[in-house]
Design a protein around this ligand. Structure first.
Ligand code: UDP
Length: 326
């Protein structure tokens, strides 16, 4: 049994990882300033309210809980916001990790699992994307995440921090028991927005672009169930605790669904047709992104068994029906 400091553990992916940690007997200590996360999603261990940019807040958390490892989720994630407010992203996503690593250094370096993203690749030439693809992020968000990967590489050489950078494709779905799920404000992601439209909340969904060179003209993304992501985090953590020095792994499924296919799946699962308006392309959207997950399969035993698109939507719908009081 281990104590894990889960930075940003009140957020979407962090909370699901906390649930998975607790289910196997580990103690997740959530460190979160609740700027985007939710207090009601902290259910499996103590909550330390603190800011990742504050060395003092972090030192106190390390002193009080003496974690065996750290998982880091706290970051600004909305791509459009990053383009408008780059300083905010560099401050939280990069400076925040510098401050976190400083606190880890003072407390004694522990293994670190870091939330990275397929946005580090930008618009790749070849899909499915392997980890060997060159990283040419096209958004501020992707640049900040890639910068942290490089920062970790530098620090690992000198301070010996053992780390995993997990490059998520499109995290989606919810805990199958409906206990926790995706609650962003504002919500920009496709599946919750399509479910909202189907439920008659907030009017038509905006569909960004029908003129891509894909099978139906809409963007293709690799949707991966948040509980499958949680399993991969536990596997990465175990590898690091067992002595692995560095892991960089894509987490997706290896295949993808188009926006129109997601809308069809939403209709099939809910029995409700999501109304939508066609809008121009959203800046920075690549036509197709999907992961080659051979490395994660081999290194982490990764098996995205809940990531069928209808299963994802079914679990998300179960959560949202309660959250939206339908
Ligand atoms: N999308 C859309 N309408 C929305 C949200 C997303 O048409 O309200 C499209 C978006 O342009 C992209 C895909 O759905 O092609 C997935 O977008 P999302 O924001 O969920 O994830 P991303 O791939 O940007 O991380």
């Amino acid at each position: 049994m281990a104590t894990i400091l889960v930075v940003g553990g009140a957020g979407y992916i962090g909370a699901h990882v906390c649930k998975a940690l607790a289910a196997r007997g580990d103690t997740p200590v959530v460190f979160d300033n609740l700027s985007a996360g939710h207090e009601h999603a902290v259910k499996w261990g103590p909550l330390v309210r603190g800011d990742i940019r504050s060395p003092d807040d972090l030192d106190k958390a390390f002193e009080a809980h003496a974690p065996d490892a750290v998982m880091h989720f706290a970051a600004n994630i909305e791509v459009g916001e990053g383009q408008r407010f780059p300083l905010r992203f560099w401050e939280n996503n990069v400076s925040g990790v510098v401050t976190l690593l400083g606190a880890m250094e003072r407390a004694g370096m522990k293994p670190l699992v870091f939330s990275s993203t397929c946005a580090v690749y930008g618009e790749p030439e070849i899909v499915p994307i392997t980890e060997l693809e060159s990283c040419k992020p096209v958004s501020v968000y992707g640049q900040t995440k890639r910068s942290v990967e490089q920062l970790l590489d530098n620090v690992a050489l000198v301070d010996g921090v053992r780390y995993a950078a997990l490059r998520y494709f499109n995290a989606a779905g919810a805990s199958p028991d409906g206990e926790i799920g995706e609650e962003h404000d504002p919500e920009t992601h496709l599946i919750p927005n399509a479910l909202k439209a189907a439920a008659g909340i907030g009017g038509q969904m905006k569909l960004f672009g029908t003129d891509y060179g894909t099978r139906d003209g809409t963007c293709i993304r690799d949707y991966v169930h948040v509980m499958d992501l949680a399993d991969a985090h536990l596997a990465a953590l175990d590898k690091l605790l067992a002595g692995e020095r560095k892991l960089i792994a894509n987490l997706g499924t290896g295949h993808g669904a188009s926006v129109l296919e997601v809308l069809q799946a939403v209709e099939k699962v809910t029995g409700l047709k999501p109304p939508y308006d066609v809008h121009p392309r959203r800046p920075g959207d690549a036509p197709i992104l999907s992961a080659d997950i051979s490395y994660a399969r081999e290194m982490l035993g990764f098996d995205p068994k809940r990531s069928d698109i209808e299963q994802i939507i079914e679990d998300a719908w179960r959560f949202h029906k309660v959250a939206w009081k339908l």
